[in-house]
Design a protein around this ligand. Structure first.
Ligand SMILES: [Zn+2]
Ligand SMILES: [Zn+2]
Length: 154
């Protein structure tokens, strides 16, 4: 079963990390060292004290636990793994900075089911792929990703 390492649908970050770590028979110290993070930080994560991973922690944990970073994204965002792979949104309906409607990120979705507009997965100005749904503007050129909230109303 290669999928055993993927997060379960309702798994929380703390359970997920603990499950993988126990599955690999590693101590907290071993994982923290391999991930390049503090033992306390890992302890906090495993106690469910935080559900946020910065880039460095995410990268480190992905390496230490031998999983793709997308798995950690999926757990943190509460979305199934298949859905985080496709970063698509409707430029008309998406409210920047919020998670996308799950219907847009389905691998086969091409058009918005609310307004029929073609879904987008990149910046319409420079075509850099969208890096994160937490971003409202393209980090590459500063263009607003969506029609809403971009200061372009009216
Ligand atoms: Zn739409
Ligand atoms: Zn751009």
């Amino acid at each position: 079963m290669t999928t055993a390492k993927a997060p379960q649908p309702d798994e929380t970050l703390d359970n997920y990390i603990r499950r993988l770590r126990n599955g690999m028979k590693l101590s907290q110290q071993q994982v923290a060292t391999a991930a390049g993070i503090h033992l306390q930080s890992l302890g906090k994560l495993e106690r469910g004290k935080t559900n946020r991973l910065n880039q460095k922690t995410k990268k480190g944990l992905a390496v230490a636990l031998s999983i793709p970073e997308e798995y950690l994204d999926a757990v943190c965002s509460g979305l199934p793994v298949e859905e985080v792979h496709k970063k698509q949104f409707c430029p008309a309906c998406w409210i920047p900075g919020t998670p996308p409607d799950p219907a847009w990120t389905l691998p086969r979705a091409k058009h918005c089911l609310f307004c029929g507009r073609q879904l987008s997965d990149d910046c319409h100005n420079c075509h850099a792929p969208i890096a994160s749904f937490a971003h409202k503007f393209c980090p590459n050129c500063g263009t607003a990703y969506a029609d809403k909230g971009g200061g372009l109303a009216g």
